[in-house]
Each structure stands twice: as C-alpha cells, then as structure tokens.
Ligand binder design. Structure first.
Ligand SMILES: Cc1ncc(COP(=O)(O)O)c(C=O)c1O
Length: 414
C-alpha cells in the first residue's frame, strides 16, 4: 500500500474471516441445491435440524418482558450486581471453590479473554495454550503485542498432554517469571476435549510446585465458553472446586459466556471471574478490569444481564430454562454420538471428543481438503492441523452421513 494512513501498530493484512467466508459459500449452496442436500458444519452456534438458529424461548420470553427503559439504559461499568451474583451461582453451582472471588461483566467471553491478556501479561510476553486453539486468542494477543506459543494438546494415547504442557510452561516461566496460560475446557473449541478431574489434579499440583518460587506469577485463564453443553448434569464443573486455597501467586480467571449457555450470541453478555486466596489479588483484578473495560467497551448489555439475573433468581423461569437447555444438550449429544460412532465404524480418525459443539479431524492440507469437500456440498472449517466439524449446526441424520464423505475426500487427497 502506497498511502497507508493507519498507525504502525494497527497495520494488519486485509483478510476475511475464513469461517464466515466458508459459511457464506455454504449458504449459497443451500439456496442452489436445497438445505436437505447440503451439510453446513461451519458455524459454532446451535442450529435446529432445519438449519435455524436455536434461540431459547425460556430466555427470550424473559428478555421481552424487560421494560423498555431497562433495555435502553446503560449498565453499571462493572455489570449489574444481580447479574454478577447470578453468574457466580450458575457458573459454580455446588463447586464454588474456597477462595476470594470477584466478578466483572464483559461483552461475551471474548471480553474476559481480552482482560486476561491485557491486564495479566506485559508487552512482548508469551502466552501458552495448546496447538489446537480458538484463533481469536492469537488476534487478541497480537493486537496487544503479545505472542501465543503452544504445546501439543494430545499425547500419543490421545490423552491430555500434561507432560508437554509442563515442559513448555517451565521453559517460559523460568525465563519470563510471569505466565498466562489459557486452558479452554470443558468442551474445547475446536476438538471437544474436556480436561478430566485427574488431569486437573496433576496440573494444579505442578502449578503449586512452580509457585513455590515466589518470584513467579502464574495466571490460568479457564475459558469455559461451552461449559453449559458439557456433560449431562454438573459433572464437568467439578474441577472448579479444585481452585481452593491456592498459593496467592497463582491466579485463576474464568471466562463466562452467555453466548452458548443462554443463546445470547449477539447480545454480547459474559463475565470475567477472578479466583484467588488473596482478597488483595481479586480487588486488584477488579480495579484493573474496571479501568480497561471503561477504556475499551465502556459497559455491557443491561437487558441481557437482567434477563440472566431474572432466570437464575426465579424458580419457575430457571426450571423452564434448564429443561429447554437439557433438551438441546441431548440433541447435541445424539448428533455427536452418531458422528463419532460412524467415524469409528469406517475408520475415520478423529481427535478425542468428549463434549460440546465441535469435533475435529486431523489431516494434512486441511485447506485443500475443505475446498474439495465443498464439491460434495459438505462445508467444514479448515484449521492448521485439521478440519473442524460443528455438530452443533448439523442434524443427526447428516452427522451420520458426513464421516464417509470426509473419509473419501481424505483418501482422494493423499
Ligand atoms: C473457545 C471460545 N472462547 C470464547 C468464546 C467467546 O464467545 P463470546 O464472546 O461470544 O462469549 C468463544 C466463542 O465462539 C469460543 O469458541
């Protein structure tokens, strides 16, 4: 570009978001060939069997009851107090750790990721996450002059690669002294992996050993955006109780998102939850996030916050919401089971799936394979190490068909 007007730090290559580009092509194919003849597994949102976005009635009935003034008004910068209480209640359920906890509203879970990256790393720092990861981590990190570095998510047995994590973690923290690590669990995007309770025990034990060096500052961001679609009951929240009585140089931030759990994607509603054994540490977290939030988005969506508060506080609303969520969680599990079972039958290799919206297929040349699959009217998202198939947006019937089409395409691309 000969006449670039943007400042140096804001000069990024012009590129379209690949997910939205492929999703656009899928929609064109649906118009041309009919929805029934297209498998569109691109978008990470819950769709019904006819490809329509699921918006929980139990949520939107309550939302629409909010007075106009409540929908129109600003929220408090920190978020509406009733909402913050409701977030903690619905997030931890019976697994609230023995710790000091402070919560601040953010526009979606993305805002919580931004807070962790901006307020808990220094310029030029490395941030550690797994090699399969949600790409906006990179966008958020590079925007602030930080770098994402990775370890392999799975070991050769397909379990969480704890030793790879430890090795990389140690390398960086010995040099950097401060380290933010992002663990996206349960129901990791893009693989659907959930770190088990036993794996968490090993991770926490390791972090405690590292924390014995008082010069080290350890920050763990638990990105739990999909927690409401993990497990059947609350078993996938159990690990949260393990953040009890940690040394005060380990700080846990949980990213809460109302996007999936309350189907509030566009309402931009979420929170950052700070967990520490030290009141000082969580108070400082609150002040840092207040400042940064004011400087970035000012405040969140009041009507969405009040809706979540109303649902959590009112037994009838809550029951209705939980029933509706369970119905869709069951639908999601049936779809994923169909996909995994069929893949297993025909020998299509997947990365280990446990919960949630996505299943990933490891492969060489994902971009080429994804392009080829479009010729079969199957739309998947190519990632660095494979393909992401969103079971959240594909009917059970199509989830049964897809593995065979993918396997054939992989074989033809060898
Ligand atoms: C892994 C992961 N983290 C966080 C988010 C945050 O989403 P939101 O900002 O809509 O809450 C998403 C949404 O797609 C996600 O996939």
């Amino acid at each position: 570009m000969t006449n670039s007007m943007v400042a140096d730090h804001a000069r990024w290559p012009a590129k379209d978001d690949p997910i939205f580009t492929i999703a656009g092509k899928a929609q064109d194919a649906e118009k041309k060939f009919g929805v029934e003849n297209v498998i569109n597994s691109t978008l990470g949102a819950l769709m019904d069997d006819h490809g329509k976005l699921v918006a929980f009635k139990s949520v939107y009935d309550v939302f629409k009851q909010q007075p106009d003034e409540e929908l129109a008004a600003y929220s408090a910068i920190a978020g509406m107090p009733r909402f913050l209480k409701a977030v903690e209640q619905s997030f931890f359920k019976e697994y609230r750790p023995q710790a000091r906890i402070r919560t601040i509203a953010t526009p979606g879970g993305t805002g919580a990721v931004k807070h962790a990256v901006w307020s808990y790393t220094n310029s030029g720092d490395e941030i550690l996450t797994s090699d399969w990861y949600w790409t906006p981590y990179q966008t958020i990190a590079e925007e602030g002059g930080r770098n994402i570095v990775t370890y392999e998510l799975f070991d050769s047995k397909g379990n969480y690669n704890v030793s790879g994590f430890k090795k990389r973690f140690k390398e960086i923290i010995d040099r950097q002294k401060r380290l933010l690590t992002i663990i996206n669990t349960p129901a990791h995007n893009p693989t659907g992996y959930s770190v088990s309770n036993e794996e968490w025990d090993i991770i926490i034990e390791f972090l405690k050993e590292e924390a014995m060096d008082r010069d080290k500052k350890i920050i763990v961001l638990v990105d739990a955006a999909y927690i409401d679609f993990a497990g059947i009951s609350d078993e996938r929240r159990e690990f949260l109780g393990k953040f009890s009585d940690l040394p005060d140089n380990i700080f846990v931030i949980a990213a809460f998102s109302a996007s999936k759990g309350f189907t509030m994607y566009g309402l931009r509603n979420g929170a950052a939850i700070g967990i520490s054994s030290s009141q000082e540490v969580v108070d400082e977290f609150y002040s840092a996030c207040m400042h940064s939030g004011r400087a970035t988005w000012s405040n969140g969506t009041r009507g969405a916050m009040l809706t979540v508060a109303d649902i959590i506080e009112n037994q009838d609303y809550y029951r209705r919401y939980m029933d509706e969520k369970a119905t869709f969680n069951n639908m999601l599990r049936r779809r994923a089971e169909a996909f995994v079972k069929r893949a297993d039958e025909i020998g299509l290799k997947l990365v280990p799936y446990r919960d949630g919206f996505f299943i990933s297929i490891p492969c060489e040349n994902p971009f080429e394979v994804s392009k080829k699959l479009m010729e079969d009217n199957l739309f998947v998202v190519p990632l660095a190490k494979g393909l992401r198939f969103a079971v959240s947006s594909v009917s059970e019937e199509k989830c049964l068909k897809a593995p065979e089409i993918i396997k054939r395409s992989l074989e033809n691309n060898k």
